[in-house]
Design a binder for this molecule. Structure first.
Ligand code: DAH
Length: 338
């Protein structure tokens, strides 16, 4: 009986010494010391042994059990250490390898250009106002001297929500909203989305505009020219030439279109400026007295100017982009260039 358990102990020791993985050590633990392990079974059978032999048998069993536990633990520690050494050898970190590129989010180019433009006008004392994109016919057309049957309405391909509610076709709609609520002097810019039923390389149904206006006593066309020249020089560079070309808008009188010397060829003539050397970038003029009447201002006392520009157009000129549809498409390969 005693010999029997001694040889179990010897076998176990030999098996433990041959283990090379933690898994094998674990399996041996189960085999000898587990719930149904060989030694455990022997301990359970203690009751069937003659009484006088029990103490000696029991203590031998316990000794073997303790020594196996000890051995298994030691083996485990040794293997853990060598495992770690192996890991450290194979998993060395090379600190000289360049780091992983972390993609950063960034502002959409239209937002970047809009922010730049807003910063220029706020530095001149203009405040930023917003108006609704779903707008009453009154603010979008009527108050801007475009009554229901006015042909100028045709130029703006309007999305109608109902007979007298539209998606605003321009940010000029903010003018009378602000004038109704505030007395002059006013220096306001109103950026935002506008909508027109039109789509090709240079038109998208939703785009961005920025309206600006200034109303006070004694505001003259030269003030308009000065403000716009400063703005253009900051966005396109101090060498950019500016010219005012007579035009017509129902809400300004006189009206002008503002051209700048071509940003591509510097004015020599190329296909971007159709050989003229000039590019139109915004509409402007002195606010029509009819508009003041709608707003409740006395046109005998106050004068002022207004201008409106397309943000996508400015961004296209600034970054030489030839298709406006790239902006809303949001292809990452395009966006990542800004
Ligand atoms: N609202 C015009 C448009 O969308 C742009 C414009 C032209 C605005 C002349 C103005 C202006 O304030 O004076 O085409």
């Amino acid at each position: 009986m005693q010999n029997d358990i001694h040889s179990i102990g010897d076998n176990a020791r030999e098996e433990i010494s041959k283990t090379s993985t933690l898994r094998e050590v674990h399996d041996l633990k189960v085999k000898y010391l587990g719930k149904k392990g060989i030694l455990t079974e022997k301990l359970k059978s203690l009751g069937s042994i003659p009484k006088q032999d029990r103490p000696a048998f029991g203590s031998t069993l316990n000794e073997i059990k303790t020594s196996l536990e000890h051995l298994l633990h030691q083996r485990e520690e040794t293997l853990k250490t060598s495992d770690l050494i192996d890991k450290l050898k194979t998993e060395q970190i090379d600190v000289t390898v360049p780091g992983c590129y972390m993609p950063f989010g960034r502002l959409h180019p239209v937002t970047q250009v809009l922010d730049e433009i807003i910063a220029i006008f706020t530095s001149l004392g203009f405040t930023v106002e917003e108006g609704p994109e779903v707008e009453h016919d009154f603010y979008n057309f009527e108050a801007l001297n475009m009554p229901e049957d006015h042909p100028a309405r045709d130029m703006q391909d309007t999305f109608y929500i109902s007979h007298d509610v539209v998606l605003r076709t321009h940010t000029s709609s903010v003018q009378v909203r602000i004038m109704e609520k505030n007395d002059p002097p006013l220096r306001v810019i109103a950026p935002g989305k506008v909508y027109r039923c039109d789509a090709d390389v240079s038109h998208i149904p939703m785009f961005h505009q920025l309206e600006g206006f200034m109303v006070d006593k004694h505001i003259r066309m030269s003030d308009l020219k000065g403000v716009l020249e400063l703005f253009i020089h900051r966005v396109f560079g101090a060498d950019t030439k500016v010219r005012l070309r007579p035009s017509f808008f129902p809400f300004t009188e006189p009206s002008a279109e503002i051209d700048i010397s071509c940003v591509m060829c510097g004015g020599k003539g190329c296909n971007v400026c159709s050989g003229t050397g000039w590019i139109e970038i915004l509409g402007a003029g002195m606010i029509n007295p009819q508009v003041y009447e709608k707003a409740g201002y006395d046109p005998e006392i106050y004068t002022g100017f207004a201008f409106g520009m397309g943000i996508e157009r400015i961004a296209m000129l600034k970054y030489s982009i030839d298709d406006v549809r790239l902006f809303p498409e949001n292809d990452k390969r395009f966006l990542e260039q800004f």
